[in-house]
Design a binder for this molecule. Structure first.
Ligand code: ADP
Length: 465
């Protein structure tokens, strides 16, 4: 690809090179045309020496020449300047023969135009001087009478100069084409390398072109894309890992009650067991089947929350009234189990969009956890406040609390503080995970507030309307 682009640039610059040559030739043609065009209008050509010369130089009228910024001098055969009007570039009254010869031969290269005419009868030279506006001394002259050697030599020199000119032009064109091509092919190559690495699975690849043009935009887009892919891949890896762990945990948690059910059912089938033993075995079977059933129900609930068809049936609800009612429903159970309680729910009406069936699940999980994991006499407090259009429902207890090292993970599935205690209480470690997902689906959240003294405080937030 690199070579193809470079060659393309070289071809383009070859065309430019040919066009430049053509333009150079045209420039000379135009210049000679322009010089012919302006020649007629120049003052020096309007007042040539031949037009004003008189046999008696004293009668020469130099006024028009002087008016146009020029000058007229007459040099006699003794090389004395005998007549002078206007511009005088000789600057002397008398010249030596050498000085006059030098003046005649140098007159072409000066920044003045001289028209010199000899009057044979009057025996004087008439010199008409005009300042040169612009001099362009390029003219191609060919005289057949010139010596053949001279012609060949001149042709060789001209050919050599033209060749050098073309070589320099070609060198410039070639160098420029390479530099221009490189400014495209190098960043392109770097981007290609990056893309290849990305395709090969190196998602950490980033391109740094150190440019500020369109390639920089492409580089930023590429880097952005690579960062996103890297993020997505790491998310996917994590979710695969989570899923793998979930399946492992589920099978582990189901295995215990199922094998216990199987074992005790086999025992029951044996003859010779007292009625009391039978009852105890049946109780164990019942408890284990309840545990398995609860785990399956929670898993079913979780898969419902995960399913794309899942949606909440949101209704505008007075959340104070609603929480007050739920708390009231819990009172008999709290009293029965020996828990103290306090509810701080304002009398006002605060509205929020709730799917009350699902939202019940959050409160139920939190309340069950308080009663399941804390000893009798634990104080349960439910308070509701509104802050910045957010309803905050704090569910706290002064019980055993949750160890700091688990505080960040307590909402992850199957995380439990004490596995052995949980197998007794039948906890699966899914309750808080489900509750948090439901709160999030409501546009809110469920968090564990940092432990101040003892016990734990869970905070549900939900947007007020
Ligand atoms: P589980 O089904 O095991 O109750 P949860 O996700 O509801 O699962 O709770 C996770 C763990 O957090 C529980 O196993 C328990 O150890 C701990 N926990 C939850 N709430 C409380 C609480 N109010 N006091 C003490 N520990 C709690």
């Amino acid at each position: 690809m690199k070579r193809k682009l470079s060659n393309q640039f070289l071809r383009n610059f070859l065309v430019i090179f040919l066009l430049t040559m053509l333009d150079t030739v045209l420039a000379f043609v135009f210049l000679s045309f322009a010089s012919g065009l302006i020649a007629g209008s120049l003052a020096k050509n309007q007042y040539p020496a031949s037009a004003i010369i008189k046999e008696d130089y004293n009668q020469i009228d130099a006024s028009a020449v002087v008016q146009n910024g020029g000058g007229v001098q007459v040099v006699d055969k003794e090389y004395r300047v005998v007549y002078s009007r206007g511009l005088d570039t000789i600057g002397k009254d008398k010249l030596t023969i050498e000085e006059f010869t030098a003046f005649l031969t140098d007159s072409k290269s000066k920044s003045y135009h001289y028209d010199i005419l000899y009057h044979p009868k009057g025996e004087f030279w008439l010199i008409v001087t005009f300042p040169t506006s612009i001099r362009l001394d390029f003219s191609l002259v060919y005289n057949k009478e010139a010596a053949a050697g001279d012609f060949m030599q001149a042709c060789l020199v001209i050919a050599f100069v033209v060749l050098i000119y073309l070589l320099i032009l070609a060198l410039f064109a070639f160098t420029y084409s390479r530099i221009t091509a490189a400014s495209i092919t190098i960043p392109l190559q770097k981007l290609c390398d990056g893309t290849r690495l990305l395709r090969e699975g190196d998602y950490s690849v980033r391109v740094d072109l150190r440019l500020k043009n369109e390639f920089a935009e492409l580089q930023n887009t590429f880097n952005d894309m690579a960062a996103r892919i890297e993020h997505e891949i790491s998310l996917r890896k994590k979710s695969e890992e989570d899923r793998r762990r979930l399946i492992l945990d589920i099978s582990h948690d189901l295995k215990n009650p199922m094998s216990s059910i199987q074992g005790y059912a086999e025992l029951l089938m044996k003859k010779g067991m007292t009625e009391q033993e039978c009852d105890e075995h049946l109780k164990i079977i019942l408890n284990n089947s309840k545990r398995a059933n609860r785990l399956l129900t929670e898993l079913f609930e979780l898969s419902q929350l995960d399913s794309p068809e899942f949606s909440l049936k949101l209704l505008e609800t007075d959340i104070c009234e609603y929480i007050r009612q739920i708390c009231g429903d819990f009172v008999p159970q709290l009293e029965r189990e020996g828990f103290k309680y306090e509810f701080n729910i304002p009398e006002d009406s605060v509205f929020a969009l709730l799917d009350t069936d699902r939202f019940n699940r959050i409160i139920q999980n939190l309340a069950n956890n308080v009663m399941r994991y804390n000893p009798e006499g634990t104080m349960v407090t439910v308070s509701l406040t509104v802050q910045n259009h957010q309803v905050l429902i704090d569910f706290s207890d002064d019980g055993i609390g949750i160890p700091d090292h688990l505080a960040n993970n307590i909402f992850k599935p199957f995380v439990r503080v004490d596995d052995s205690r949980n197998s007794k209480t039948g906890g699966s470690g899914l309750g808080l995970f489900i509750a948090k997902r439901i709160a999030e689906a409501h546009g809110g959240d469920l968090i564990l507030l940092p432990n101040k003294n003892r016990g734990s405080t869970f905070r549900i937030t939900i947007p007020a309307i």
